[in-house]
Design a protein around this ligand. Structure first.
Ligand code: FA5
Ligand code: MG
Length: 420
């Protein structure tokens, strides 16, 4: 299905971070998104995302901490260099934001792996804003933040000795702690070592990755599991990424639920070869800063990170994890819109993005509540329910009505839907 451009300020050009870029048929960056590029929340020392970034950086004191890299990258950096196949769904216009055919907003911090390895960094962290077209609710926002981390070892006897020594240290540290780890085998037939790797060596790298991240989880969540004496539970799961093998995801048990925190693995040799650092092996991880910050600071809605309300911002102190005290929950008001879908189809993410563009953060969530195809005419009707709520104030009826009228009229103008 086609995703469309509907809010570029001019039909032929778009302005991002004070530069102008030509648009084309792929352009789908909305003005709501364009406004986010300069916010740099994760660099603010008293913002929960900045506090968490600094905390993780201080847990890895020997790693170079990188930040401030432009979110505009080529699809080659975001996908091809990392071995994504040409038909990977992440490349679709319905899932990613494109400035034009040649330039996109990075969808993950892995987009910078090749560049950073090529600079010769051997232990590094890189934090950044990332962009994905997605649903709208309390835990999904089209902009969020990731931190990438990697550590490179020489593929030599000295590298093996360094791994063994570091693994012994980390194991001793974890053995003394109150942490329960559900592990997976380092390697399996479905999660194999790479053909160019010796299995024993790959196992040592995987073990170093696991120990390093378990130690980070302990530093972040240990003692914050809720019920004082309960051990921290961390679960390792086999995963798949085109740019690592073996690959894993990590979940943490917090307030009664398993929560996915990060993806990671042993870096594909192709990445290190493209970066011109052969004869080395590396692990890498990518973690979601909002997911972790929502837990640690008890932040109930992902929109709050973007709030400029002093009642939010004044609650946080550099270097400290504190519990957020909600100042008020204002009333919500939902409104439905039903329409016949045009014959060329319409992607859910197009509807969500349009709502975000028209009403900004005043939409708490948007849900498809009805979808049917008329048996005779074969036309499809859909109904979306938009839940309007401000985090900072009460919305009046008139204001909500007028927002909804705007949404409906934009849906008609942009997608040619027929309102029912
Ligand atoms: C990645 O983005 C990989 N680049 C991670 C990686 C790096 C793997 C290095 C191997 C080596 P994934 O799409 O699962 O993977 O996202 C990683 C983390 O980002 C998730 O675990 C989650 O914490 C966070 N995340 C993903 N999607 C969202 C979202 N919509 N909102 C908030 N956080 C998200
Ligand atoms: Mg994932």
């Amino acid at each position: 299905r086609k995703a469309r451009c509907f809010s570029t300020p001019s039909p032929t050009a778009i302005s991002l971070l004070e530069k102008t870029y030509p648009t084309d048929a792929t352009t789908n960056v909305t003005s709501a998104i364009a406004q986010k590029l300069s916010r740099n929340l994760y660099l603010q020392p008293a913002h929960p995302l900045g506090i968490l970034r600094a905390l993780i950086e201080s847990h890895f004191p020997t790693f170079t901490a990188l930040s401030g890299w432009s979110p505009l990258v080529t699809p080659a950096k975001n996908f091809d260099d990392l071995g994504f196949p040409p038909d990977h769904p992440g490349r679709a216009l319905s899932d990613s934001y494109y400035v034009n055919r040649e330039l996109m907003l990075r969808t993950h911090t892995s987009a910078h792996e090749v560049e950073v390895f090529a600079r010769g960094e051997r232990r590094w962290l890189l934090s950044a804003d990332v962009y994905r077209r997605d649903e709208i609710d309390a835990s999904h926002y089209p902009v969020f933040h990731q931190m990438e981390g990697a550590r490179v070892f020489p593929a030599s006897a000295a590298g093996v000795a360094e791994l063994e020594d570091n693994n012994a240290r980390l194991s001793a540290h974890l053995a003394q702690s109150n942490i329960v780890i559900e592990d997976v085998p380092h390697l399996s037939t479905t999660n194999p070592a790479q053909p160019s790797h010796d299995a024993h060596h790959a196992g040592l790298v995987a073990l170093n990755l696991k120990l390093s991240l378990n130690s980070l989880m302990l530093a972040l969540f240990g003692g914050r599991t809720g019920a004082g004496e309960e051990p921290l539970r961390v679960r390792w799961i086999e995963a798949y990424f085109p740019f690592t093998s073996p690959s894993y995801e990590v979940e943490v048990f917090f307030h009664g639920k398993w929560l996915e925190i990060l993806g990671c693995g042993v870096v594909q040799q192709r990445t290190l070869d493209v970066a011109n650092v052969p004869n080395n092996v590396s692990w890498a991880f990518g973690l979601g800063l909002e997911r972790i910050a929502m837990i640690l600071f008890s932040i109930p809605d992902i929109r709050l990170f973007w709030s400029e309300d002093p009642r939010f911002l004044s609650q946080f102190t550099p270097g400290q994890i504190t519990t957020f005290k909600p100042y008020s929950k204002y009333p919500s008001c939902y409104k439905d819109v039903s329409f016949w879908v045009p014959s060329e189809g319409l992607h859910d993410n197009d509807v969500f993005d349009l709502v975000r563009d028209v009403v900004g953060d005043l939409a708490e969530d948007v849900k498809l509540i009805d979808n049917f195809t008329h048996p005779k005419t074969n036309r499809t009707s859909r109904c979306y329910r938009i839940n309007y709520r401000s985090m900072d104030r009460s919305l009046s009826n008139e204001e909500t009505n007028s927002l909804h009228v705007d949404v409906v009229s934009r849906l008609k103008d942009v997608f040619r839907v027929e309102i029912r």
